[in-house]
Each structure stands twice: as C-alpha cells, then as structure tokens.
Design a protein around this ligand. Sequence first.
Ligand code: SAH
Ligand code: SF4
Ligand code: F3S
Length: 430
Amino acid sequence: MLYHIVTYGCQMNVHESEKIAGTLHGEGYTFCGDIDKADLIVFNTCCIRENAEKRVFGNIGALKKRKMTDAGLKIAVLGCMTQQKDAAARLKKKFPFVDIVLGANNLHLLPYYLKLNDKKNSVKIEEADTYDINISVDTFRTSFPNAWVNIMYGCDNFCSYCIVPYVRGREVSRSPKDILNEVNFLIGEGYKEITLLGQNVNSYRYEDCDFSGLLCELSKIDKKFRLRFMTSNPKDFSDDVIDAMNLSKNICKHIHLPVQSGSDRILKLMNRKYTAKRYIELIEKIYGNIDNALVSTDIMVGFPTETDEDFCETIRLTETCKFSQAFTFIYSPRQNTLAAKMPDIDAEIKKQRIGELIRVQNKITKEISDSFKGKTEEVLIDDYKDGYFMGRTDNGRLVRFKKRESYEVGDFVRIKIFASKSASLAGEII
Ligand code: SAH
Ligand code: SF4
Ligand code: F3S
C-alpha cells in the first residue's frame, strides 16, 4: 500500500509527519511522492492563520472527484486544525468523503482506524490537554543530516492572538534522560545536526533541570555534531543560555527569537510580557557576548488597533535589531482567542504595512549576507541539487556551492564565501 502525507505549519508538525510516517511504515505502507498514485492520503494540518486553514480545505476539496471513482482511496485528516471546537463535525459535514479524522494527540491511532475501516466510527478527538508524553512511536526521518527532537509539547503563554495553547494544550517537558537517549541514538545513527523543538524551549523544565541545564547535558556528548533549538520566547531567555552557548562547541550561534511587534502598547495587548526596550537589551547582550551570533525573528503586522505610530516603532526596532532574517505575517483572527474580540483593522493597511516591513528587512538581510563575503565558514552539507550542494553556516546562513566528488550530504566542509544573494551565500569548497 502506498501513502502520501501533505504537511502544513511549523517544524513541529513536519516532525509529527515523520512520526505518522513511522506508524504507517510499521503497518507495511510505503511512501509515494506522487499523491495521485497513493492509496492513503494524510493531511497533517495547521490552523495558525486563516490562510493555512484555507489551503487545507482547498486541497481536501480537490480530492472529491477522485474519491467518487476510486473506492480504495482512503483520506485521513490529522493535526492542529482538528482540535478546534467543532472542527471534526464541520470537516465531516463539508467533506463527507473523508475517512478518518484524528486529533493532534492521536496520531499513533492511525493504524488502528485504518484497520477498523468503519466510516461511522472514524473520528477521535481528545482534549488538547490529554497529551501522553510516554507514548512513543517509530519515526521515519526525512531530513538527514538534521534530526528534530521534541523536548516539550504544548504552550502555557496564551499570547492573545495565538491558537496554539488551545489546540496543543498545556506545556509538558520530556525528561532529560529520554532526550539524551534519543540524541545519543541519532548521533550514533550518523545524524550531524539535532534541532530541539518546543513552542517556548526556554521554559523547558523537568524536575530541577531547566533549558540551560539540558543544553549543558547535551553538549557533553563527545562527538562532532551541531545543536540547534527553536523557538525561544524573549520573556524567558536567560543569561544561563547565553553562557551555555559560549561554553559549548556544539551549540550553533543562531537564535530564533520572535519579537512580533516593536510597540509596547501592542506587545501588551498581545500579552507578550516584554517591552521593546527589554527585547533590544536582550539582543545587545546576545550580540555582545556570543561571537558571530545571528538572530532571526517573527513579526506580525496589523494586530487589532495597530496605528501608524505603532507600526513605525516596529520598523525602528527592525532596523535596530539587524535580524538575519524575519518571517513576517499579517495578523489573522483565530477562534476563541482574546484578540479575536478586538476590532480588526483595514485589510489594505495591513497589506501596505507588510510590504514596507519586507522592504526594510530585505535590505538588512542583504547587508548581513554581504558581510560574509571573503570569509571562510564551516558548513554542514544538507542537500544536493543539479550539481550544487546546499548547507548552512553555524549561525544559520544558507550557502550554495559546487559539488565535489569526494564529499556527500552530512559532511562538514570549509567554504570560502565569494558572493551573496539576499538570504543566501555562494561559495566554494577549500
Ligand atoms: N511559539 C512561537 C511561535 C509559534 S507560531 C513563539 O512564541 O514565538 C509562529 C508565528 O506565527 C508566531 O511567531 C507569530 O508571528 C505568527 N502567528 C501566530 N498567531 C498568528 C495569528 N493569529 N495571525 C498571524 N500570525 C500569527
Ligand atoms: Fe503562541 Fe505565544 Fe505560545 Fe508562541 S508562546 S505558541 S505565540 S501562545
Ligand atoms: Fe504548528 Fe500550526 Fe499547530 S504552527 S503547532 S501546526 S497550529
């Protein structure tokens, strides 16, 4: 039997698709790159913004015709979208041809429901809070030489715009022992880069072990590998983590530190629990204490009541912080969140603002790329296409360079950078 998975949303969801794939491989299914040939199509969904949901609906809808003539085809919908209030019922009503709908905590049950093959009993959604940290499933990894490792699930922060705490439940951290075992196993298997995942990794805590303690434990592994983590919430980013990054030869000097806005009034309405000044101080501390550190961010425009002045403050903060990269989003109201009750602003203004923000950031992105020219960087080769290798510098810049026969994906190489192109660099192996 052939399966195909369509994944939406964040890195965590991409990793969860690897777990879904793992459960299917255990049942004898084989991955098929061509959706048209698959016997089973799985949608692993996201609902962070309205357009993420629209894409899911569009893609499921497109299968209606095929489902009428292909009786053997099975369709399963999993992930965050199914956790919203009444989402499963709405899905089944809109798309009665969908076979299985499972909540974000129930992916391990997919083989059971496939075997059950009973359309009347094919929906299983549990409260987001019921996540069982001890359920372990095989993982079919797709991102060699990088491997994702969950260190925690859920989120307690309730940023006023965000649906994640509702669909993913409260924070729960895995034990350092389990994490260490998994990382050791992966490194033994030849993985060269481990990315620790959590919505707010800086609030990781298991008994008396906090995030910096976990980083120190993982840094003791005496092998050559890179350690990355995401996402960091500025409100919880501690000096201990900066110290751990400096002491470790494994932890990469790149931090993804979403700021969301440069206006204190908006940050307060967002319930982010820091001010622009505190954020900038944190950035200065990072740049001042960690050599060659780069910081990337997420910024949202058009939050309810955002004025031109609020937006100008976001632009000023963006110029001050010199982000290596910024992922920019237009605010989108989400079911049951506090911000959804606040007055939304004009769609045209939102569009203009995101355009301006992207222009400002593109200039900074290019300046940072230009500053690499002439430097020699260690790069981990993580992809190959049309005669060229791709990889990243320690601090996260993408580099493209000509393939050489004696090298392969997963090798560390020294690269001399000779050109830059917006967010990426060109170089050659030396
Ligand atoms: N846990 C991470 C963010 C996860 S969501 C953190 O706290 O930083 C990824 C990004 O999506 C967020 O940083 C935010 O910029 C954006 N986002 C979240 N909810 C959104 C919404 N309702 N509308 C638009 N963008 C949103
Ligand atoms: Fe959402 Fe805030 Fe949690 Fe990030 S920290 S997932 S933005 S509620
Ligand atoms: Fe991720 Fe989207 Fe869920 S961003 S946690 S897949 S709502």
